[in-house]
Ligand binder design. Structure first.
Ligand SMILES: Cc1cc2nc3c(=O)[nH]c(=O)nc-3n(C[C@H](O)[C@H](O)[C@H](O)COP(=O)(O)OP(=O)(O)OC[C@H]3O[C@@H](n4cnc5c(N)ncnc54)[C@H](O)[C@@H]3O)c2cc1C
Length: 540
């Protein structure tokens, strides 16, 4: 088996992975891997922008306060302060590389004009830096261009990490350390290993665990599942943010209508054409996402409607085309003119607050392994993420993980022999239908039983189903040669189990976790949920 060596392995090329790779590049050989192309990541799909307290009427303390309110008692204030305070310098670096954030028009020198900041739910002031409504695409385009210019960085697209390689698993005496990962080249089907003394896990979130999601196809929670299999602590997986407003259209694949549209005054209307948000929260449409998503879910359920509507027809077409060019064009493509008619919308799984336990420097419990971005749980988001804080976290923590690696070189760099990937008696599968069926089943079970509103019975039912599926997947994994679909199925099923188990541990409603059996927050439960065992005996 082919083993490639490098100094730094970065798994994932969204904002967190690219930030880490850029910082590591001058200091050694970097291998940067993405499961698909660099423009396919949650980062690249981000519309709203990056929250940073950069305006004259804003302060770090005010941003911190809003973050703590959203986090519903579980945000770690020291962590949040660290990340928020680190934002401005990273924005400066992005601008230095060529990212252009929107500034107010009519200033003689564009660079001196004030930022045109967006306002989103839960923020008490305008503080969201954006590039039109395709901020993520713009940031990733510039960073990907920069990273490709670094001669020390080898970019491997369409390469999927299968599992971390640890000295514990190889039974090498001493502390357990991560020394790289096995990869599947999705084009050739080759399996090989990358050996590296330092690995940064930056594989993003897991929206695909749910039937309806705003996330692109890469978001299958691979990093969380790999870390769990490697014995790392996983935290707060019950806190799944459902974005309240995804376009409801059979071909739209949950196209997201950014919160910034509500920030510009859009109103939500129920099936009777009546606004309803004021009945649920005095902040109405600008209440935090969990409240808006639950209100929509409730309105749809009591009325039996398939969707609600988002109305911004009070704004002119010229304004909407300029402020939301991407959303305007996409809606037009699906037959809706948002200046003339309310848009049909539904909630969809959007963001995972939980993940691999780390500090703000991306340190995990394992030597040689850092994690940053949506795959990690630093404590910034607590029980609920404040809008546009996740790009900030990916940007700041991806960079901080790289700095930590550079500032703390390992004392010993062991070049451990890596065994070939075991194929055993596995043969190519002639039953792709089984994988497709199980994919749908995991996602449907999660949507129906572990969605916006939960109960003990639904969670217990979901756990039984997912446990059966995982047994089946384990057997399938043993008998057939691996494909990316099978590997992703194994990972979404593992993440599903983590979400259910964390949800079962939380006997209260807090932030994004809402259960009819315990409808209120309980002081005794104001702590993180932690899973620290090996999944299903360590096999899947
Ligand atoms: C539609 C949408 C809009 C959003 N809007 C905003 C917003 O306006 N503001 C905000 O703050 N947040 C927003 N978010 C959330 C935010 O985009 C993400 O939380 C953030 O981008 C995560 O960055 P990341 O680098 O951790 O992961 P990602 O950007 O998702 O990158 C993950 C990378 O890991 C790779 N990868 C995954 N698995 C593997 C594997 N097994 N092997 C190799 N590579 C792998 C992927 O290919 C990808 O390159 C939005 C999310 C979505 C989906």
């Amino acid at each position: 088996m082919n083993v490639r060596d490098c100094d730094f392995l970065v798994i994932g090329a969204g904002l967190a992975g690219l930030s880490a790779a850029m910082e590591l590049a001058p200091h050694g050989r970097v291998i940067l891997c993405a499961k698909r192309t660099l423009d396919e990541s949650n980062s690249a799909y981000a519309q709203g922008g990056i929250a940073v307290p950069i305006a004259e009427d804003d302060t770090i303390e005010s941003h911190l306060k809003d973050t703590l309110v959203a986090g519903a008692g579980l945000t770690n204030a020291a962590v949040a302060l660290d990340i928020i305070a680190g934002g401005a310098a990273r924005i400066g670096a992005l601008e230095g590389w060529g990212v252009r954030f929107e500034r107010k028009p009519h200033h003689p020198r564009e660079a001196d004009a004030e930022y045109d900041l967006g306002r989103e739910g839960g923020h008490t002031v305008r503080r969201v830096l954006h590039s039109g409504d395709f901020t993520g695409a713009e940031v990733i385009r510039v960073m990907a261009e920069r990273v490709r210019q670094q001669s020390s960085v080898q970019v491997l697209e369409n390469h999927m990490a299968i599992d971390l390689i640890t000295t514990g698993w190889l039974k090498v005496p001493g502390d357990d350390a991560c020394i790289g990962a096995y990869f599947l080249d999705r084009k050739s089907g080759e399996i090989f290993a990358v050996r590296a003394p330092r690995t940064v896990l930056a594989t993003g979130g897991a929206g695909k665990v749910y039937l309806y999601t705003s996330n692109p196809d890469i978001a299958t929670g691979d990093g969380i599942a790999m870390a769990w299999r490697a014995g790392l602590e996983i935290r707060n997986m019950e806190f799944v943010q459902f974005h309240p407003t995804c376009l409801y259209h059979p071909e739209a694949k949950s196209f997201l209508i950014s919160e910034a549209v509500r920030g510009e005054g859009a109103r939500l209307l129920n099936g009777a054409g009546k606004p309803f948000m004021k009945r649920y929260d005095p902040r109405a449409e600008l209440a935090p996402r969990d409240i808006v998503a639950r209100a929509i879910d409730h309105e749809m359920k009591i009325r039996g409607d398939a969707c609600v509507h988002l109305d911004i027809t009070h704004k002119s077409e010229a304004f909407l085309r300029r402020r939301f060019p991407n959303i305007f064009a996409a809606c037009k493509k699906f037959g809706f003119n948002m200046a003339k008619q309310p848009l049909p919308v539904v909630p969809a799984a959007h963001y995972f607050c939980g993940g691999v336990a780390t500090d703000t420097r991306g340190r995990t419990q394992m030597t040689g392994l850092h994690a940053a971005g949506e795959v990690a749980c630093t404590g910034l988001h607590g029980a609920n993420r404040l809008a546009s804080n996740s790009l900030l976290e990916a940007l700041v923590c991806g960079h901080a993980a790289a700095r930590d690696i550079l500032d703390h070189p390992l004392k010993k760099n062991r070049k451990v022999p890596i065994p070939a990937w075991k194929i055993g008696d596995a043969v190519p599968s002639d039953e792709a239908v089984v994988v497709a069926h199980n994919w749908n089943e995991v996602r449907t079970v999660m949507w129906d039983y572990v969605g916006i509103v939960r109960t003990n019975r639904r969670l217990a039912r979901a756990l039984r189903r997912i446990a059966n599926l995982r047994r089946e997947i384990r057997a399938y994994h043993r008998d057939y040669l691996v494909t990316s679909d099978l590997l992703e199925l194994r990972n979404i099923a593992a993440v599903a189990e983590l979400v259910i188990r964390c949800a079962m541990l939380r006997r209260e409603s807090r932030g994004l976790h809402y259960t009819l059996d315990y409808p209120y927050a309980a002081d005794s439960m104001c702590r993180d949920t932690i899973i620290h065992d090996l999944p299903g005996g360590g096999a899947v």
